[in-house]
Ligand binder design. Structure first.
Ligand code: BGC
Length: 754
């Protein structure tokens, strides 16, 4: 450079993942860039201000490239007929850089990655893959390769080519190391291996400080859980072995941390150490899309506090550029059904606006010509044929933008893509003219991992399954209803009427086809009623009937639930909204199998994929599909924010401009408190209950209003006190055990007799 730049911006992207340096310094803390998209449709680029990293004279730009999602292993290998072993998008990694320099004298210079760049294919990273792990040979390190004085004359020239990819700026927060965990302990297993316990089941990797002899080979195996003998359990990882291997160089010392892979783990088994290690040599790095935290929750039941943390841990573990099902086994895909049910919880936990804006693009990129949406996004290939249009999975393409609208007032995500949503719905209508969704169900997963899949003594093997077409038609109905609401809020009156009328016809067809005269839904499972009630697909005269059957369906299960991914949250919500709060609290607080509490009693630090991931006495579920870090059943977080804290959105005032506070004290709880930093400001809510007296402390942020429901025996037994700032409120009535107030911004205490 002819002078130190006044300003230097670098725009960088790659096929594969890259790490870039400017005079050996990283421009920021991001990892795994440019993250996962459908690279055939778009590749994200990153922009860096590198002004401070450059100087007059010789400067060096250095980069390392690895396979990442572009060229590495990807997706469920058990479906190998659909997924190639690796290289779903191609095998040739590429780097692209454009640097814009402005000198103090106002002149400009552009620097591009071109044929003058040099490459050495033989670096110390010998193998790197998201599933396999990283192998690092310190003997292959090239001293000062990224510094100006390095002599690169023996290096080859790169092959420079035109590569017409659609480059787009990255709109989601970068993936970074968001937390570092000290190990709880290091122990020696019976087999004689050192086992480090990071204390929490996370996604990321480890930093290890190694001392040994040159050539020592240290192998780090990562796993989520231990078997009954206390050895690392890795069978559930399938092909994703997630092993990092380090070979020590001449100094025999190394501070090692992988950068081109990530693992799902709590425990790390380390082989090849010469001496008994201190637990401090290893720290675990939590790696995730850095979404700002928006939720907090605490209450008098410690188990529920653990559950809340587990929900958040599984949330964070599964946000690596796309929302994944799990971070450990050979899968880690953007499974849409899991988001369908977890989306609102995720939006309470963290600010998801940017992240889901990016992911909606991945979804839209994978819409087929005929209108189907994918089951996984990004969809690496073949979305015209495979992994597409599954009820409750593809439907997330409609559900998610609606929730983005309600939470973030994002109208564009609705209006810009309205025709895509219509095309999806109309394709189902076209293939199913009688409006029962029977054809084009794709892989048709249904109410996934419901009670029928549980393998535990004394738990019935039948009776929990929602019949395929009952499930699909409810999902179809909800998508059409949601489409009508989208049309309405976008001012498309005719479309709103058209889709409301279509929804009414689907409802009619559903009831005619699946509901008997005495109010039994085909399948007659808890989930049938929970879903039908929740999505309101019932004729008026059946509502009470459905409610009663939903309750009766607990009897054959000794009061236990047997619902799957899509229906569990609906069950919880319908119980509490219909006067069965005690039952909902009992399900939430119990440790009896199957339940959240059961997993916590077994030591879970994250949400399990299956209720019976591990059963005392029986052991693990089948290794093929048994993750201990899946957020889907964590969707109960939504219930906790809304019912325990009492924070509800008001669907007619998107972005929480107006909202509802309606706490539902119950179960063993004597107090609870928390907050939600909504799009319109931070809502705080907390209560305590003592000797028939209920106190609710809450804050309504500036420029919002709220309807607040205070549990009370009678209206005159409740009063509200604003703090010194003097907010204002008025009583509007008394409804089913609640005194109702309309309240202006401020901080208040409500006191009532209950
Ligand atoms: C994933 C799920 C996903 C499902 C489809 C599984 O293998 O882990 O979370 O939604 O496949 O049914």
């Amino acid at each position: 450079l002819k002078a130190k730049p006044a300003r230097a911006l670098a725009f960088v992207s790659s096929l594969g993942i890259y790490e870039i340096g400017f005079n050996a310094a990283k421009p920021d803390q991001r990892v795994l860039a440019p993250e996962w998209t459908d690279y055939n449709k778009r590749v994200q680029y990153q922009a860096y201000d590198v002004t401070e990293l450059l100087s007059e004279g010789d400067n060096v730009i250095s980069a390392q490239l690895a396979d990442g999602w572009f060229a590495g292993m990807l997706g469920p290998t058990r479906w190998s007929e659909y997924f190639p072993k690796r290289g779903a998008y191609g095998l040739d990694r590429r780097l692209l850089l454009q640097m814009e320099i402005t000198y103090p004298d106002g002149t400009h210079e552009q620097i591009l990655s071109d044929g003058s760049w040099k490459i050495n294919p033989d670096g110390p990273v010998r193998l790197a893959d998201n599933f396999l792990g990283e192998t690092y040979d310190a003997n292959m390190e090239i001293k000062d390769w990224d510094k100006a004085e390095f002599d690169d004359s023996s290096w080859e020239n790169v092959v420079s080519e035109k590569n017409n990819r659609n480059l787009v700026p990255q709109m989601n927060q970068p993936v970074r190391i968001i937390e570092t965990l000290e190990c709880r302990e290091v122990t020696k297993t019976k087999k004689g291996y050192w086992l480090f316990d990071a204390g929490e089941n996370i996604a990321g990797w480890c930093n290890i400080k190694l001392e040994g002899k040159p050539g020592d080979r240290i192998v780090m195996r990562h796993g989520e859980i231990l078997d009954d003998d206390g050895e690392l359990y890795t069978e559930n990882l399938s092909a994703a072995v997630q092993i990092d291997t380090v070979i020590l160089g001449p100094s025999g010392r190394l501070d090692y941390e992988p950068r081109f892979t990530y693992h799902g783990f709590r425990y790390v088994e380390v082989r090849g150490l010469r001496n008994k290690p201190e637990k401090t040599i290893l720290t675990a790095k939590v790696v995730a899309s850095d979404q700002p935290r928006t939720g907090s929750f605490e209450c008098s039941n410690p188990m529920l506090n653990t559950l809340y943390r587990n929900i958040n841990r599984s949330h964070v573990s599964n946000m690596t550029g796309v929302p994944t099902d799990c971070p450990q086994r050979d899968e880690r895909c953007g499974w849409m059904g899991d988001v369908y049910i977890f989306a609102q919880t995720s939006m309470y936990n963290r600010d998801m606006a940017a992240f889901y804006s990016k992911w909606m693009t991945d979804i839209l990129d994978a819409q087929s010509e005929r209108g189907t949406f994918p089951d996984i996004a990004p969809h690496p290939f073949g979305y015209e044929k495979h992994f597409t249009n599954a009820p409750g999975w593809a439907d997330a393409a409609i559900m998610l933008p609606w929730l983005m609208y309600l939470n973030y007032k994002d109208k564009e995500v609705i209006s810009d893509n309205f025709s895509a949503y219509e095309k999806y719905v109309n394709n189902i209508v076209k293939t199913n003219p009688d409006l029962i969704w029977r054809k084009g169900l794709g892989l048709n997963y249904g109410d996934w991992l419901n009670g029928n899949t549980l393998n535990a003594e004394g738990f019935p093997k039948t009776g929990a399954q929602v019949p395929s077409e009952v499930f699909s038609t409810i999902m179809f109905y909800n998508s059409v209803t949601t489409l009508a609401k989208m049309a309405e809020v976008s001012g498309m009156k005719e479309k709103a009427e058209e889709y409301s009328a279509l929804a009414a016809r689907i409802k009619e067809a559903f009831n005619k086809t699946f509901v008997s005269a005495d109010g039994v839904i085909e399948g007659d499972a808890q989930a049938c009623y929970a879903l039908a009630l929740h999505y309101r697909i019932f004729p008026e005269n059946m509502e009470k009937n459905f409610e009663k059957r939903m309750i009766d369906k607990f009897i054959p299960y000794g009061g236990r639930m047997n619902t799957g991914f899509h229906s569990t949250l609906c069950l919880m919500k319908e119980l509490s909204e219909r006067g069965y709060a005690d039952k909902a609290y009992q399900l939430l607080e119990t440790s009896e199998f199957p339940s959240w509490g059961y997993s916590i009693a077994q030591g879970a630090t994250s949400i399990w994929e299956r209720w019976d991931g591990y059963v005392k006495g029986r052991g693990f579920q089948g290794a093929g599909m048994n993750s201990f870090n899946h957020y889907a059943f964590g969707a109960v977080g939504e219930w906790m924010y809304e019912n325990i804290l009492g924070i509800h959105p008001d669907n007619s005032a998107p972005g929480f401009r107006h909202f509802i506070l309606k706490p539902l004290p119950g179960g063993s709880l004597t107090w609870a408190k928390g907050s939600f930093d909504s799009f319109s400001g931070k809502i705080e809510a907390g209560w305590k209950k003592e000797n028939g007296r209920f106190e609710y402390d809450f804050t309504i942020p500036p420029n919002t209003t709220a309807t607040v429901y205070i549990p009370a025996k009678r209206q005159d037994k409740s009063s509200i006190f604003p703090d010194q700032s003097g907010g204002s409120f008025r009583i509007t009535g008394f409804e089913k055990g609640y005194a109702v107030f309309e309240i202006e911004p401020g901080t208040y205490k409500a006191v009532s007799e209950i």
